[in-house]
Design a protein around this ligand. Structure first.
Ligand code: PFF
Length: 446
């Protein structure tokens, strides 16, 4: 079962911090607030919470089981268990490529805003933040910052699993929590904070259960927990026999929910206090937040702290999908880790450059796509991840014997296994049915 030469994460806390590092990222701090802003605030929070509990946690456990049992990358892991199912691993590889194609671009924006907060140029007199954001996107700076971000990720991955990924997550995650809590406290003292809290915490049930909200929230649950693409298979392949899979999945999910909620508690009060709209879309944090910081004493400092938060969150996630590709290339194509790391970095740079340089305009299912950015974002979160999640449930719940899942999540009887049967029912029946229902309804199939 286990391969002695293979790297493994040290302690229990490392497994949690590393997996939480992958999960908590731009998904919780950039994507979640703008989706919540567009889908009724609290209504979205509520449905998202349900999707995490009922759908995403079982999928995460399924991935953990496959990864920890096989100690292999996403493709190799599924193949070792059943040859035909390696295709599920390839779905993950495709998805990792999609996410790599746009995620670094936003991470690069945050780096630019960080630098310009520190040197003060973001807060020059009379600046219009919407125009500033448009001008920035049209300049060459996004290319520079995107590549810098890819290289930062590269330097962590090249150091390896323990000295790179594990160490970086153990340092960066606690800093991220501290900054976020600090920001939430600061924002509570803003003039219209109460209005923001109301928007974010009082649900409108009619909006909550519309097919559109369900579809978006389910996609967000997959994306924000990094499940449905073999990322957790890859990370769990570095877990050891003692890692408590149920405890780890619950801790990771709760930490992610905590961060997404805190991000909402920072952003909405701030947006309302500045008299802005929460429905700004993807540019929400880059246009509205500087607007808010500008009226605070020490604007550049607060702004820099916020963009450090975004950059750190992004970095602990970019290393995870870089690792999905690196582990796959190294293990399946029998190359050294070093060569695989360089190859992944090279592919990522090419994909990001295509996103940055190529624009077009077409409509699909009522949505306008103007660059590969939109295709990658929509395609990964709303199509590939839910499909990956659905088939992971089918594989673990139906193709493998029930004892596979139950043994893995109870560490072969070492842990009290009382909840194992209930979790098995979730992964075998409830999660796949719900995923398929939400998916088909969201695509308008019925
Ligand atoms: N969970 C990350 C976020 O919320 O930003 C994004 C992500 C990372 C998705 C790794 C998928 C993945 F495999």
């Amino acid at each position: 079962m286990s391969d002695k030469k293979r790297a493994s994460f040290g302690g229990k806390l490392s497994a949690i911090l590393v997996a939480a590092g992958s999960a908590i990222g731009l998904g919780s701090i950039w994507r979640f607030p703008y989706l919540a802003g567009e889908h009724g605030g609290a209504a979205f929070l509520l449905v998202y919470l349900l999707c995490v509990l009922i759908i995403a946690i079982p999928v995460m456990l399924g991935e953990f089981a496959v990864g920890r049992y096989t100690h292999k990358n996403a493709v190799g892991g599924f193949r070792q268990l059943s040859k035909n199912w390696q295709i599920l691993g390839f779905n993950g590889i495709l998805c990792a490529l999609f996410i790599s194609g746009y995620y670094y671009v936003i991470a690069g924006w945050s780096l630019d805003y960080l630098v310009n907060s520190i040197n003060g140029s973001l807060y020059n007199e009379g600046i219009n933040f919407a125009e500033q954001f448009t001008a920035f996107k049209a300049s060459s700076w996004p290319i520079v910052y995107t590549i810098i971000f890819i290289l930062l990720t590269h330097f962590i991955i090249i150091k390896g699993v323990e000295k790179g990924i594990e160490k970086a997550s153990n340092i960066m995650m606690p800093i991220l929590f501290i900054i976020l809590i600090f920001m939430a406290i600061r924002v509570a003292f803003m003039p219209s904070a109460a209005e923001g809290y109301r928007f974010f915490l009082t649900p409108d049930f009619k909006q909550a259960f519309s097919p559109e909200t369900l579809f978006t929230a389910a996609g967000q649950a997959f994306f924000s927990l990094s499940v449905g693409m073999g990322c957790m298979v890859t990370y769990a392949s570095y877990f050891n026999e003692k890692t408590n899979l149920i405890g780890t999945s619950l801790s990771v999910s709760l930490l992610t929910l905590f961060v997404a909620t805190l991000a909402g508690l920072v952003i909405f009060p701030a947006v309302f206090s500045a008299g802005l709209q929460p429905t700004e879309g993807p540019s929400l944090i880059f246009i509205t937040l500087p607007e808010i910081f500008k009226d605070m004493p020490l604007a550049p400092l607060w702004s820099a702290i916020f963009f450090i938060l975004i950059a750190l969150a992004a970095l602990t996630s970019t290393i995870s999908f870089h690792e999905v590709l690196t582990a796959y290339i190294a293990e399946e194509h029998k190359l050294s880790r070093k060569v695989a790391t360089y190859m992944t970095t090279g592919i990522t740079i090419i994909l990001s450059l295509i996103t940055l340089l190529w624009t077009f305009d077409f409509e699909f299912m009522g949505k306008t796509f103007t660059s590969t950015f939109d295709i990658y974002d929509y395609g990964s979160a709303n199509i590939l991840l839910p499909l990956g999640g659905f088939f992971t449930c089918i594989f673990v719940g139906w193709v493998m014997k029930p004892s596979f899942f139950k043994n893995e999540i109870s560490n072969y009887g070492q842990l009290p296994g009382k909840v194992a049967p209930a979790l098995f029912i979730l992964i075998r029946y409830i999660a796949p049915v719900l995923i398929m229902y939400i998916f088909l309804k969201g695509l308008g199939v019925f």
